[in-house]
Ligand binder design. Sequence first.
Ligand code: PNS
Length: 161
Amino acid sequence: MNRAIIYPGSFDPVTYGHIDIIKRAAKNYDTVYVSVLDNNKKSPLFTVEERVKMLKDVTKDYDNVVIETFRGLLIDYAREKDVHVVLRGLRALTDFEYELHMAQTNYLISGGWLETVFLSTDLEYSYLSSTTVREIASFHGDVSKFVPECVAESLYKKFGY
Ligand code: PNS
């Protein structure tokens, strides 16, 4: 059995909340593919290359974590890799509707072979999102509690402080 899982997302940028999910998945699966969506329409703050580099930096101690990118539909990417399970983090009830919709859509359009599993985010990070981090950094606030140092430095550089 292929004990691999795909953790897809924008990771713009990666936060301690994402890292918590990655570490916990790495304990339970042979391989964790952290897969960055390469989608021009989303106009992200960081380029896909910058996001991949930050993810590689912060997961360098985990041998079974692989950072990749994908375009188009998640089910096509998952099929190509022959991985049948997707992982998403759930922070609060506000995430639930969107996540449920995505999980059910992927299950439906894959003809029932792509499952989604959820990990509940550690309470410490339940409020944390990349959007909040970008907003704080855009006003030159301190993001050191939310992201590792290398990510904070990239944010400070982006916003010129
Ligand atoms: O970190 P995000 O932005 O919440 O991640 C969302 C992501 C990348 C997982 C989702 O947008 C996605 O899988 N996009 C690929 C397109 C796709 O497969 N859409 C159909 C499922 S709704």
